[in-house]
Design a protein around this ligand. Structure first.
Ligand code: GDP
Length: 296
């Protein structure tokens, strides 16, 4: 379950704090030390943890908290608010183009869940009354085109593909023309991933961006890889100017380090999260719901 181990540790800390009638400065310090440790063990970025604990301590150490009738409750409330802030505050909706189609480019490393997420997102938008077209531009992994066709088919979404063609940029351009001709108001491009970020991958993605000007560039990262996911997001963002992040496999991520760091490190919102292998397991990312999940 997402955030399970972090949640357990924080809840223990706050249980101890609530057990005390009055919270002394020493109690607060001890609690903050535990929070810091719990976040580090959850693989949250070191600087993010430092800033977070500093901000919470500053707010919680004030007289109006410490001298209130329910200091422990106040501290928990502050932690909750700061967790929400850390994950981006308000939920950030998908950008929709004023003139259709809305063009969404999915990027990410191989195995992150790009192809699955492209289809899931198409399914989600279809449910909202849109008419998405998926476009298979992951031309280097032979099975990827087929995979997109299969998952697209399961959701009854049309897929634009060109068998045997390896010019991803051309496929994206022609796919877009196809979308316009067929009144598809959302065009979702599944791009190639690599095991590592390399220049060729970035060049191809940049070329697609130049040619089709996406409304959204969504970077798909695997939450279970923790700080690696954050580093990948940081690198992609500096090369490509992503517009948002999709965190996949959050269902299997008991720690939560990526979810809690990626926004602060990249300054880009987490827009969706993958919560399972089923094609309906994609949700809008709500920072407040995630914070509630953590604090129980
Ligand atoms: P790609 O190489 O980035 O296109 O990755 P795929 O879309 O092929 O996904 C790789 C694996 O991750 C597949 O087995 C997916 O079913 C799985 N996957 C993707 N998203 C999620 C998710 O949110 N939760 C879980 N549990 N598995 C996921």
């Amino acid at each position: 379950m997402a955030f399970e181990s972090l949640s357990e540790k924080l809840q223990n800390t706050f249980k101890k704090l609530r057990g005390k009638g009055k919270v002394s400065e020493k109690d607060l310090k001890a609690a903050m030390r535990e929070v810091k440790l719990a976040l580090l063990e959850a693989d949250v970025n070191f600087k993010v943890v430092k800033d977070f604990v500093r901000d919470v301590s500053e707010r919680a150490g004030g007289a109006e908290v410490m001298e209130s009738l329910t200091p422990a409750q106040q501290v928990i409330k502050i932690v909750n608010e700061e967790l929400i802030k850390l994950m981006g505050g308000e939920a950030e909706k998908l950008n929709i183009a004023s003139k259709p189609p809305t063009i969404i480019m999915m990027a990410g490393l191989q195995g992150a869940g790009k192809t699955t997420t492209a289809a899931k997102l198409g399914g989600l938008l279809k449910k909202q009354g849109k008419r998405p077209l998926l476009c298979a531009c992951d031309v280097y992994r032979p099975a990827a085109v087929k995979q997109l066709q299969v998952v697209g088919g399961q959701l009854e979404l049309p897929v634009y593909a060109e068998e045997g063609v390896t010019d991803a940029v051309g496929i994206a351009k022609r796919g877009l023309e196809h979308a316009v001709q067929h009144s598809n108001d959302v065009f979702i491009i599944d791009t190639a991933g690599r095991l590592h970020i390399d220049e060729q991958l970035m060049d191809e993605l940049k070329e697609i961006v130049r040619e089709v000007s996406p409304t959204e560039i969504l970077l798909v990262v695997d939450a279970m890889t923790g700080q690696d996911a954050v580093n990948v997001a940081d690198k992609f963002n500096s090369e490509l100017e992503i517009s948002g992040v999709v965190l996949t496999k959050l269902d299997g991520d008991t720690r939560g380090g990526a979810a809690l760091s990626v926004r602060a490190v990249t300054q880009k919102p987490i827009k969706f999260c993958g919560m399972g292998e089923k094609l309906t397991d994609l949700e809008q990312f709500y920072p407040d719901r995630m914070a509630s999940r953590i604090l129980g």
